[in-house]
Design a protein around this ligand. Structure first.
Ligand SMILES: [Zn+2]
Length: 96
């Protein structure tokens, strides 16, 4: 009889442990997701507006990931960079 009681207690313990373990996993996943993606704010280099990483328009420019508030800002920023690069090339060309 005591063996049966011990067995039941062991089963209960195992159940509680499993329940605790399974409960713990989705919470951890949820936390890491919100911390790394949606809640973090990034600055749009074109209009200086802060937007959340998840809703931002992402673009890799010269090996760096840059975030924009919308497609228009991204295009304008790329155009600006192109102009700057062209100017730099021109100055280099003129000054020799
Ligand atoms: Zn913008």
């Amino acid at each position: 009889m005591t063996r049966l009681i011990l067995f039941v207690i062991l089963l209960l313990l195992l159940y509680v442990m499993l329940h605790y373990f399974i409960k713990d996993i989705p919470i951890r996943k949820k936390k890491s997701n919100t911390e790394s993606e949606s809640e973090e704010l990034v600055q749009d280099p074109h209009c200086q507006t802060y937007i959340s990483k998840r809703s931002a328009v992402k673009k890799i420019i010269s090996g760096r990931l840059v975030y924009f508030c919308n497609q228009e800002c991204m295009k304008n920023y790329i155009n600006e960079i192109k102009k700057k690069v062209d100017k730099a090339k021109l100055i280099r060309y003129v000054s020799g």
